[in-house]
Design a protein around this ligand. Structure first.
Ligand code: G3P
Ligand code: CA
Length: 258
């Protein structure tokens, strides 16, 4: 029998987020992966977005087409119509050869508030012009503020989101620097480095750094924290015990919840 995961910590439900959709059973960041995440116990679906040459928002992790499609080159140098001709599934398994690169709009239409959508705004070589405002305009169009969260590693992008008067919840992602990071984090908090993120509701971190001490520091500073990515049930249960508020996992379609 598969080991079960527990999502209750100190009488609090820990959120489970499908990382790039249910990316263990379907090609990451495709409608197939998102549909499988909708059918899973996940509370959130995490996706990554980039902007095409003609300013359309598409769902993909990398800034280039090479790894997850049969195309190549920078997303920023291609128009949506061209990207839509590509096969975004065969690299994962031949049966997914009809999967296309979804637009953010297609994902919003599919999810429709049935689960929360955690949208990570990426950059290419450069920041994408107007990306934050374009993203927020789409959330407005689909009345999605109550079921979407915007997250980014980049302070410039978070600033743009915060400048927009349509108030969407945000999470700050922090980068890991092995092996010094736990110390770096603690010091950062003590000296108030994270104060500037007061408009974010969570500081999200690689699971390696989501120690009890880190979780306590983040909580004391008034933030929640989601950790990415844990697929192994034992690791997920450990993160629950450490008190994180959310766990991003590729394995949501196969995890069995206690
Ligand atoms: O959501 C956090 C996590 O997805 C960040 O890393 O590279 O998988 O987008 P990455
Ligand atoms: Ca991501």
């Amino acid at each position: 029998t598969p080991e079960k995961i527990k999502l209750i910590s100190q009488n609090r439900k820990v959120m489970l987020a499908a990382h790039r959709g249910a990316s263990e059973v379907a090609p990451e960041n495709t409608l197939a992966a998102i549909q499988k995440a909708l059918d899973s116990p996940a509370d959130y679906i995490e996706i990554d977005i980039h902007q095409t040459l003609d300013s359309q928002l598409i769902v993909m992790h990398d800034a280039t087409l090479d790894r997850t499609t049969n195309g190549e080159g920078e997303i920023a140098a291609r128009a949506l119509a061209q990207i839509k001709t590509l096969d975004a599934g065969s690299w994962f398994k031949p049966e997914f050869k009809y999967e296309k690169v979804p637009t953010l709009e297609e994902v919003l239409k599919l999810v429709k508030g049935r689960k929360k959508l955690l949208i990570e705004l990426k950059k290419g070589h450069d920041f994408y012009p107007g990306m934050a405002d374009e993203t927020i305009a789409l959330l407005q169009k689909y009345n999605a503020r109550n079921w979407c969260v915007l997250q980014s590693f980049h302070d410039e992008i978070l600033q743009q989101i915060w400048q927009n008067e349509y108030n969407v919840p945000t999470h700050k992602l922090i980068v890991g620097k092995l092996p010094m990071l736990p110390v770096y984090f603690d010091v950062s908090f003590q000296f108030g480095t994270f104060d500037k993120y007061y408009r974010a509701s969570a500081i999200n971190v690689h699971h390696y750094f989501a120690t009890r001490g880190f979780v306590k520091l983040v909580h004391n500073a008034g933030f929640k924290t989601f950790a990415w990515t844990a697929d192994d049930p034992a690791e997920i249960n450990r993160l629950v015990d450490r008190g994180v508020d959310g766990i991003m996992s590729n394995a949501v379609a196969t995890l069995v919840v206690q």
